[in-house]
Design a protein around this ligand. Sequence first.
Ligand code: AMP
Ligand code: MG
Length: 519
Amino acid sequence: MTDLHFDNRFLAELPADPEDSPRTRQVHGALYSRVQPTAVSAPQLLAWSPEMAAAIGLSEAELESEDFAEVFAGNRIWPGMQPWASNYGGHQFGHWAGQLGDGRAISLGELIGADGRRHELQLKGAGKTPYSRHADGRAVLRSSLREFVCSEAMHHLGVPTTRALSLIGTGDEVVRDMFYDGHPRAEPGAIVCRVAPSFLRFGHFELPAWRNEHELLARLVDFTISRDYPEITDSPDQQRGDWFIEICERTARLIAQWMRVGFVHGVMNTDNLSILGLTIDYGPYGWLEAYDPEWTPNTTDFEGRRYAFGRQPEIGQWNLSALAGALVSLFPDQAPLHQGLKRYAEVFSAEHARLTAARFGWQQLAEDDLPLVREFHALMFDHEVDLTLAFRHLADLDLLAPALDTLAPAFYQPQRVAAEAGRWNQWLSGYARRSLADPRPASARVAAMNAINPLYVPRNYLAQLAIDAAEKGDLSVLREWMDTLRQPYRIQPGREHHAAGRPEWARQRAGCSMLSCSS
Ligand code: AMP
Ligand code: MG
């Protein structure tokens, strides 16, 4: 048994729903409801994150104990844990959706880990809560595995994110109609334990605002500043403005990182945006293969493409405007709200330019560089070129004699590239000329490029291969892949299959290029 210390500040300092049954209901005047996880039949630890366990202060022996699997499947709790589901609303696909809340997420507690940081432990798929509405409170193995792997991979890539401690099979089946087309199927259930300093979303602030519960909103804002933004220490009447501006800046940096690594969140509703600027809620997310700003993996969004890759920066600002709207009643002077939204655009542009320059191996992005940058993206788009592999292999070019072959691993349609080799070669010589002007020695430039252009990202089809094996009881595929994703920037001999572009069979396969919210 462990001696983790839970302080559960969210519960200690904020108002609770007086009722503690899981009965579906509207919860007014409260930020959470106490709720117990629903037990499952046969918990089995499928995977865990050693880095996360160490940060919290759990040993490997503890992780592998039967007690751990029982607790992190929701069958028992440790002393100090006080499970709750939190209350939030949100804008979904641009429309106010009212109360949503943790319909299948149950937080077990907040603790200060061995690393000295605050960690909230939250089970996803642990049973019904007052916020489950018509749904079952459960999660399937495929979506849980996808969240587990991707959130850890994002961390290793250097992108702000919620984390994952464990993935546990429940031994129970969950029925899902994957594409909502009348083909329900029973699938294995699973529970991820997610970890973050806080799981507060924009929607936590929107709900009390929409209900005119201004005092509750003010309490939540001041609590968040004091617990999660301790660096904001100026006078109380300035704090809230500085806080909003900081959220805008963090969100801008986050989305600039998504654009760098080719991540498409898939459902950027305001209930899926973290108040800490973390990637949160891994649902029908995807990774760009061929570069295409209009691409989204989410079948629910195929029509409008609101949350497609290239729209993410603009949607980030839309969501911050919704948050600003929710905070208006707390700002007699609205200048900081406007300033925050302006900062978002400025910080995103600066960060995006900085990252773009670094990806090409340049120390700065000048106005004159834009045609080269644009033409590279146009070539990738026109000829179906893998974003990750194209940038990664740029570093391998011999700048004195750049050869198109160097980029070949990135080409999904080599004959299309060959047909316009002239256009490519022109770009390559322009790129080589520009890069030779960089004052750094070649080795330093290449090392810097390889530290920002990952070789291994959690590709959609690799997730599907890990899921197919795990559903048959073989966890070796998942574990080996997770191991590779720990060092996404370092060439790992023997792991070439984790770097390879999408094979042809995965082009149109469900789970690879097409995902839904059903999970
Ligand atoms: P999501 O699209 O997963 O971000 O979820 C939107 C809302 O639906 C949130 O309030 C979730 O808690 C809730 N939800 C999604 N799936 C389930 C489920 N299987 N059971 C209960 N609530 C769910
Ligand atoms: Mg969500």
